[in-house]
Design a protein around this ligand. Sequence first.
Ligand code: KG4
Ligand code: ZN
Length: 343
Amino acid sequence: MSEKDVLILGIESSCDETAAAVVKNGREVCSNIIASQIDIHTLYGGVVPELASRHHMEKICQVVEEALSKAGITLKELDAVGVTFGPGLVGPLLVGVSYAKALAYASGLPLVGVNHIEGHICANYIEDPSLEPPFLCLVVSGGHTHLVRVKDYCTFEVLGVTRDDAAGEAFDKVARAIGLGYPGGPKIDAAAKKGNPEAVRFPRAHVDDGEFDFSFSGLKSAVLNYLNGAAMKGEKVVSEDVAASFQAAAVEVLTENAMNAAERFHADRFAIAGGVASNSALRSEFERRCSEKGIHYYHPAGILCTDNAAMIASAAFFHYKRGERSGLDLNAVPDLKLGREKP
Ligand code: KG4
Ligand code: ZN
């Protein structure tokens, strides 16, 4: 290890994954430990915040210890602790923030609070060490749908957000309605491979007064109305066709908005991030549209798309390098905004 190397321990607990990772120089993953709570929340068809907080408390010590031991690193060798402090569920966030503060205080390590959405964007730096700002990024997850202009490592301009449901939330709700269960995204993705995307023409919503904004609640309602209508008429529903048709509508809106922004800002690089970025239809549509326009397209591996702490350590690194530190008064901010996002 050269003298200038910076080792950061990242901690993530904003939703239903307790995660810790050690990352070198913001891009090289030394360990990436994720304790998923999917089995617990599956019973309820979605994340139960109180249960999530309790399970984070049970797992966090073990997950951090494992991240350090897998990386072969002791606390003394670290340069800083990075932790997600928002946006997310307040109880789960508080577990990670409290743990990170205690660790920083006891070890004397600097603390760096990280915006979870920024973390998702940074997953692309880990995947492709040659990627540098500026570029455009579409962050699509269970809680967020953001079209972002990444101006430099720590400066973001939010071009568009969802006005209602997040993209992943729509995938999860539609999956539940057609009986596929939780978490819905990967199940819709798999079912859609066996269905016809043109079977049902679901609406593609455009927001009139927000050029790059998104809206998914109309699409979700259209699917529910279609299912109810079929049930009332006693018609059989082919769930694979509904999954494929819904996915086609969601992917078209996401890609169309993204490509309009790419044109407007003359982007030559476009990245995707967040849980929904592992969707196979979204990935191939982005690949096709970007190559048509001569845009370099970036996408993290599946394990870096869904919530993880390596992306948090990466984001912390860039703030650490700028001399930014958080105090021990760092608090969880459930509705934390990114850049110049409207409040
Ligand atoms: O980034 P993430 O792990 O958590 C949040 O920050 O929200 O994203 C989780 C979301 C869930 O809504 C899940 O259904 C969705 O990502 N997801 C997918 C796929 N894999 C995960 N959605 C569509 N297709 C997938 N293959
Ligand atoms: Zn996330």
